[in-house]
Design a protein around this ligand. Structure first.
Ligand code: SF4
Length: 221
C-alpha cells in the first residue's frame, strides 16, 4: 500500500478556486499558510513552471489547489508549452466544471479528468469529452456522498477512488459497496484503478487495488 503522493507529485502552479466545496482542504491550507490573500481569486505562479522540467517524478498533478476551470487561457497556454517540452512526463488536470472549458488541442502527455461525488455529477464525463479534446481522460471519485450507479467509462484511462479525509463536521465516508461498484465497472473495462490509502480499513488485502497507468510509473507505453 502506498500514498498516491509517493508516485504523483503536486505542483500548484495555480492556487485559488471559487467553487466553494464544503470539504476543500486547499482553502484551509491557504488560510493556514497565507499563500494568497483571497482563495476565491486564483493566482498563477508563473515562476513555478520551471518545476515541470523536474524528471524526479514521471507524473505531476497540477490542480491540487485549484480547478482547471478557474485558470485563465493564458496560464493554460504557458503550461501546455512547458508540458510539450517534457513529452515523457505526464501532467494531470482535474475539474468540477468541465462545462466551462474549451480546450481544442492539448499535448499528448496532458491528462484531463473530472471529479464525481454524486450520481447527478456523472454528467461531467460527457461535458469533459465535449469540451476537452485530449489523448487521455481520467475520473476521480472523492469524496463519495452516495452510490453513483452505472457509469459510461468509454475512453477513460484511469480511475481514482477515495474518501473524505480530515475532521470536518459531517464528513462523508465512502461506503464499501459504493467503492466496489466503481471498481467492478472499471475492471470490466480493464481500466486501472487506484484506491487511496484512506480506504484501506474497509477492504481486504486482495480487494485493495492501487493501479496506475504505466506512463505514470516511468514505464514505456
Ligand atoms: S474544486 Fe477543489 S480547489 Fe475548488 S473548492 Fe472544490 S475542492 Fe477546493
Amino acid at each position: 500500500m502506498y500514498c498516491i503522493k509517493d508516485k504523483i507529485k503536486n505542483i500548484n502552479l495555480v492556487i485559488g478556486c471559487d467553487i466553494g466545496c464544503s470539504y476543500c482542504y486547499a482553502r484551509n491550507n491557504c488560510k493556514r499558510f497565507r499563500s494568497i490573500p483571497d482563495f476565491n481569486i486564483p493566482t498563477f505562479f508563473e515562476s513555478k513552471l520551471r518545476l515541470l522540467d523536474n524528471k524526479k517524478y514521471s507524473a505531476y498533478l497540477l490542480t491540487g489547489q485549484s480547478d482547471l476551470s478557474g485558470w485563465k487561457d493564458e496560464w493554460v497556454e504557458k503550461t501546455f508549452e512547458k508540458i510539450k517540452q517534457n513529452p515523457k512526463t505526464q501532467y494531470i488536470f482535474l475539474t468540477k466544471r468541465p462545462e466551462r472549458l474549451n480546450i481544442q488541442t492539448a499535448p499528448d502527455n496532458a491528462w484531463f479528468g473530472v471529479t464525481i461525488t454524486t450520481a447527478k455529477e456523472k454528467v461531467r464525463i460527457k461535458q469533459l469529452f465535449e469540451n476537452v479534446k485530449a489523448k487521455h481522460y481520467h475520473l476521480t471519485f472523492e469524496p463519495l456522498f452516495e452510490d453513483v450507479g452505472s457509469l459510461d467509462l468509454e475512453n477513460i484511462d484511469w480511475i481514482v477512488v477515495g474518501t473524505e479525509t480530515g475532521n470536518r463536521k459531517g464528513k462523508s465516508i465512502s461506503k464499501r459497496e459504493w467503492v466496489l461498484n466503481i471498481v467492478n465497472q472499471a475492471k470490466e473495462k480493464n481500466i486501472p484503478v487506484f484506491m487511496k490509502e484512506d480506504l484501506i480499513c474497509a477492504f481486504n488485502e486482495d480487494e485493495f487495488i492501487q493501479e496506475m497507468p504505466k506512463s505514470f510509473l516511468g514505464e514505456e507505453v
